[in-house]
Design a protein around this ligand. Structure first.
Ligand code: NDP
Length: 327
């Protein structure tokens, strides 16, 4: 029998957590033959709600679920963890300055990074979902010097999936006909969804749509989709965010399909002029359990400008957390 994989979820009692945990326990995160143990990390006031979710998990009688632990202590939650989904974060509230937001999140992701450094399993893989995700990942990674940098990632898979879906609808093709979509940069309004490398039935997507649609409709629709969902639903996206987290980890562990790639924010090695160390989204493939940045793509002027703008924002966030002593 396989030993269970320990999956730690922070902010487990939140909306995304509720959409995520049942799918992890049913085998969709790692595979239908991989038993899992769940560790739910929450702040003390949300422990009771997490206990309620755990009761529902019990009531599903998932054959792969081999245990649930609930704690408010990161040292316990990350002890022996193989996969960490960092969902809980301090959201920006009205009137909050960016400095306060970064500082509050430094207080969450610094200690979590340290706990991962000290207690997680050697094969730990971290996905940061809680916003500002890229910079929260940077903070956690800086607090975990003994963990290889490549194990820290942030989620742009939801943006990637949104881009696939918008393009599929525009061209009236199934999503599965589209390959090589890329989200570059920050998971924020400056992100750049790139159609100059995406392929639809072997043709370059940018050549199948007019530039005005690409520039004035496609890019802003993908980048502002989160706000549109809040407007329509009265609550932020949760099931689609959870779905993207599942996709990200599944591909990381099991590999991306031949002839395609996906998007993930990974620690930059300097590729495409993105300063080393920034957690920025790239086109990536997963091979042998590791993300690799797709190399050698030609970047046109239109794309260069937009990638640079998003990377500049990441540099500003990095400089701000550095000035606060958080990295
Ligand atoms: P959600 O579960 O809806 O969201 C959690 C985080 O995911 C937020 O930071 C949110 O950012 C982010 N996120 C990233 N991408 C998306 C996306 N595409 N759509 C929506 N959200 C996205 O928040 P809840 O408030 O329901 O739950 C948060 C939980 O985290 C609470 O239970 C709280 O107690 C807990 N928490 C736990 C901590 C810990 O374990 N130490 C620390 C802090 C909080 P954004 O707000 O920008 O949308």
């Amino acid at each position: 029998a396989k030993t269970p994989v320990k999956v730690t979820v922070t902010g487990a009692a939140g909306q995304i957590g509720y959409a995520l945990l049942f799918r992890i326990a049913s085998g969709q995160l790692l595979g239908s033959d991989v038993p899992v143990k769940l560790s739910l990390l929450e702040i003390p006031q949300a422990i009771k709600a997490a206990e309620g979710t755990a009761m529902e998990l019990d009531d599903c009688a998932f054959p792969l679920l081999r245990g649930i632990e609930i704690t408010d202590d990161p040292n316990v939650a990350f002890d022996g963890a193989n996969v960490a989904l960092l969902v809980g974060a301090r959201p920006r509230t009205k009137g909050m300055e960016r400095r306060d937001l970064l500082e509050a999140n430094g207080g969450i992701f610094g200690p979590q990074g340290r706990a991962i450094n000290e207690h997680a399993a050697d094969d730990i893989r971290v996905l940061v979902v809680g916003n500002p995700a890229n910079t929260n990942a940077l903070i956690a990674r800086s607090a975990a010097p003994d963990v290889p940098a490549e194990r820290f990632t942030a989620m742009t898979r939801l943006d990637h999936n949104r881009a696939l879906s918008q393009l599929a609808q525009k061209l009236d093709v199934p999503v599965s006909d589209i390959k090589k979509m890329t989200i570059w940069g920050n998971h924020s309004a400056t992100q750049y969804p790139d159609l100059y490398h995406a392929e639809v039935g072997g043709k370059i997507a940018a050549e199948l749509v007019d530039e005005a649609w690409l520039r004035d409709t496609f890019i802003p629709t993908v980048a502002k989709r989160g706000a549109a969902i809040i407007e329509a639903r009265g609550a932020s996206s949760a099931a689609s965010a959870a779905n993207a987290a599942i996709d990200h980890v599944y591909d990381w562990v099991n590999g991306t399909p031949e002839g395609d790639w996906t998007s993930a924010a990974v620690v930059s090695d300097g590729s495409y002029g993105v300063p080393e160390g920034l957690v920025s989204s790239f086109p990536v493939v997963s091979r042998n359990g590791r993300w690799e940045i797709v190399q050698g793509l030609e970047i046109n002027e239109f794309s260069r400008e937009r990638i640079d703008a998003s990377v500049r924002e990441l540099e500003e966030e990095r400089d701000a957390v550095r000035a606060l002593g958080l990295i």
